[in-house]
Design a protein around this ligand. Sequence first.
Ligand SMILES: Nc1ncnc2c1ncn2[C@@H]1O[C@H](COP(=O)(O)OP(=O)(O)OP(=O)(O)O)[C@@H](O)[C@H]1O
Ligand SMILES: [Mg+2]
Length: 721
Amino acid sequence: MIRAAVTFGGSSWWGLCVAPTPCVSMPEGEFRPVAGSLCDLRTSSMQAPSSRSVHLSEWQKNYFAITSGICTSGQKADAYRAQILRIQYAWANAEISQLGAAVLFKKYAEKYSAVIDSDNVETGLNNYAESILTLARSQQTDSDRWQSGLSINNVFKMSNVQEMMQAGQKARESLLAPADASVLIHKEAAVLDPPKFSVCGGSGDRGPITDSAHNMNGTQDIPEGTPSTCPLNAWPPALTNTSKTCPTSLTPSGELATAKFHATPLFGSVKKENNSSPTANIGLNKSSPNQSCLPSGCENPWAQKAFYGSGIIDALSTPIVNKAFSKTEDNGQREESSLPAFKTAKEQLWIDQQKKNPQPQRVSGSSYGGVKKSLGASRSRGIFGKFVPPVPKQDGGEQLGGIQCKPSGPGPAEPAHIADERLKNLEPKMIELIMNEIMDHGPPVNWDDIAGIEFAKATIKEIVVWPMMRPDIFTGLRGPPKGILLFGPPGTGKTLIGKCIASQSGATFFSISASSLTSKWVGEGEKMVRALFAVARCQQPAVIFIDEIDSLLSQRADGEHESSRRIKTEFLVQLDGAATCSEDRILVVGATNRPQEIDEAARRRLVKRLYIPLPEASARRQMVTKLMSRERCCLSEEEVTLVVRQSDGFSGADVTQLCREASLGPIRSLQAADIATVTPDQVRPIAYIDFENAFRTVRPSVSPKDLELYENWNRTFGCGR
Ligand SMILES: Nc1ncnc2c1ncn2[C@@H]1O[C@H](COP(=O)(O)OP(=O)(O)OP(=O)(O)O)[C@@H](O)[C@H]1O
Ligand SMILES: [Mg+2]
């Protein structure tokens, strides 16, 4: 155990002799050291003046601080460092011999480094990079010989450098020639990226360098004014030097390999090098080649502090770098292994973890080990998993739990929590159904795809599409109606118009069959209606298209089922809400071929009631021409006119069916045996005879009696002319 604290000259320093070094207790609080101890060195190398007393109390204090459990690693390191300084001081004042100083220095340097290099969380400091830096800064203030931790050794830890070193090594091995890795590096870099700056050296087995920027000594010339960075053993560099050659390592043959380091300062001016110079760009940041990987100001503690504080050190000292570096060391290819390999606590932790659980390396865009937070990107979409917006997302729309919430009204997007509020009382299952099944995902439909019905199309454009496009113009009395009813015979294009509204208005389109509301969700129909309108409010502008709306809004009767009545009531309530709230841009479009069955209350709310009649001759011609244009057809104009005339009373769906039937004529004229072998070119074109045959099987689906009914209802309730 140590037993001595000795005062040399005017200043006192204390020494710790660790067991088993014995010390002899002296009278009056003094300790007499015995051979092998600090005291022994003291007494053997120099005669301690009797006047110099041992300050027992100080020693006790320090000794207790170090040996007691309450002393932190940092305090221990401080104590050891103070000890080292005292040894230096004593030797400088010739109070102890050089030999004694060397022995003591070695002993306390080992203790000191044992503390700061230890990976043990409790006994070491290496887990606390910040503490190390603090110590390093303290050291700097105590000694001018303080050196930045960011030396050439660290430069070689950088991933870019390592990659290129390894590339050079591989190429060197494959060529079986003693090529210089740095030369290969230069070549690679010259191909990959226009070189701006160079950091080279450290190679102990340099081959001949023919580049003009390299001299015959294997060193790279550095433009004047370029600051240099040297390894520890070359410290202190002459800071005023414009070019410095720093010894880095010994070659296998024992020659001293030298390299000049050209580092552009991260802090301060950035010096550009002539691009013609064959130098390698192995800077820290490839995207910013004007910046070097080495801060030339690393000799400056403040710059170093800024450098470490900037987080760049994390990027520099990735575990991948260290791994590659140690591999190189293992191969004995690089002499840098003789230099102390600094590892940050993160690196050490990563290495330890890799040892325990080897995992494939993942290079993160930021510092390794950090968990990249994504705002719900990795989260399961849950009930909203299948949702795909049917219309292009509008600017300002917000994603809300899988529901795309559009801004309501011309103002900015509504906050997400408001939309949340709207949906919070709804059953997720219903929202999912609405998003997946009711929201229309069909192909877009143009106005030109709808033949005829010019008045209905013009009216719809006026009251639906334009107000959706320009809500700022269609305000007040010009405000669009909230409900439209398309009525007419079956197959006249009512659903087609609904799809066209969806495509052309840019609104979210919800298409639901009223019969499915009443039959599919028995007992839950009104909840479904509520959910439908709530989701639509989140998706404004929205069009709710309700086909067969008569089955939903049929007139109330005594024998009516309770659930049907509730659905109807809920729908009327929602429709009223949409109608009264001028901010909401929700349009309900109902379609029916039984308008007479619609409840009068609902009829009133569907203010614009448009008759979609059977197609006129011109519309039928348009349909036939368009459908036949996609097929091989040899119909003359006269024959088309005949077809149009014969198809009077046909609905649009009937005309389509007629054309389908006629198109099968050429196939039917083939022999059954030929079907398997005939090529498409050998099938004859569609002729008028095929239409004649088709007329025998395709009949109009709308009877004149039904037509009269529609005409009457249109005259009574319709909005057409
Ligand atoms: N005006 C039209 N222009 C072009 N094609 C039409 C037209 N009307 C009907 N069709 C054709 O008929 C098919 C059926 O039309 P749609 O479903 O729109 O009729 P509908 O009026 O909704 O019938 P229902 O009242 O029975 O629901 C369409 O897919 C289309 O091929
Ligand atoms: Mg329809």
